[in-house]
Design a binder for this molecule. Sequence first.
Ligand SMILES: C[S@@+](CC[C@H](N)C(=O)[O-])C[C@H]1O[C@@H](n2cnc3c(N)ncnc32)[C@H](O)[C@@H]1O
Length: 305
Amino acid sequence: MSYSDQFVRGLEWLWGEGFLSPGGPAEIQQVLQGTDVRGKRVLDLGCGIGGIDRLLVSQYGASKVVGIDVEDQLITRAAKDAELIGYSSEQIEYRLATPGRLEFCDGSFEVVFTRDVIVHIEDKRKIYQDIFRILRSGGILVGGDWLGSDGAGQSERVKEWLDFAKVDFYFWTSSEMEELLIETGFESVRMTDRNQWYKRAVRDEIATVSGNNQGRFAELFGEEMANARLRSSTLKMKAVDAGELRPTNFRGRKPWFPAVVSRLPQISTTILPTCFFATKSFCASCSRSSGNTAANSGWISACST
Ligand SMILES: C[S@@+](CC[C@H](N)C(=O)[O-])C[C@H]1O[C@@H](n2cnc3c(N)ncnc32)[C@H](O)[C@@H]1O
């Protein structure tokens, strides 16, 4: 999927400045319910144009957000906006990513945030394993994604929407994803279905691009885009109403101790301080502030880059 400048501006008109996903700041509040990012180092996987990163710092008090995305023009725009608004690169940093392995050392982040991105990624197992790897012990994965009902991938309604919107989505169901997160090693996994909320949101979206508003949208973004937007939202609404498209928020924690330790009959007095020390360490190659202490620890692997 390619995000042209005009397409991005159209989405922002619908969903708010800096957002390429619906719901704006109110939905981010829902996503982050029960997650404290204050003073934490956060990765935003698939950051788009960065509206969420600015919120994470200004409203939620993250000490640093690293935003990565595979689209160069989005990263460039996100970086430009952050700088214009007055954020330093100590607060928000952007990196262009290539699809595949996340280019960060083990244990680089205390929180990994992601919104409406993983549906684009076919190999879910690999991406969640990689997210688990780059989280520190006790770190949190939090976000939202497009999930589907059982059989959503084969539904004619869903196919019609995806064909029209020209996007490749790889749907998993909520229970498949929950199972995968647990299998990956996450604990306290929480899945929150947002289908009912999205039914209302997509109706608002249609109201914004139809009736009297259609002319206004066409004036700003052209007739072709106005018609395409209305058609896309209408097709999407049918699949949402049928319960086939199920936007879902999720959260999981990387355990403080590897599973093997929790099974040990007793935790030795040498292991505990080492583990504590390791979880406090930072890696220079990941732009973290203090030195890599991996050499002191068997718990995080050494940063190789
Ligand atoms: C629907 S947009 C959401 C953007 C942003 N999270 C937001 O909510 O405003 C999906 C984003 O995921 C990015 N993306 C797709 N595949 C990716 C991947 N493998 N790694 C990182 N970003 C990816 C796209 O370029 C796009 O910016």
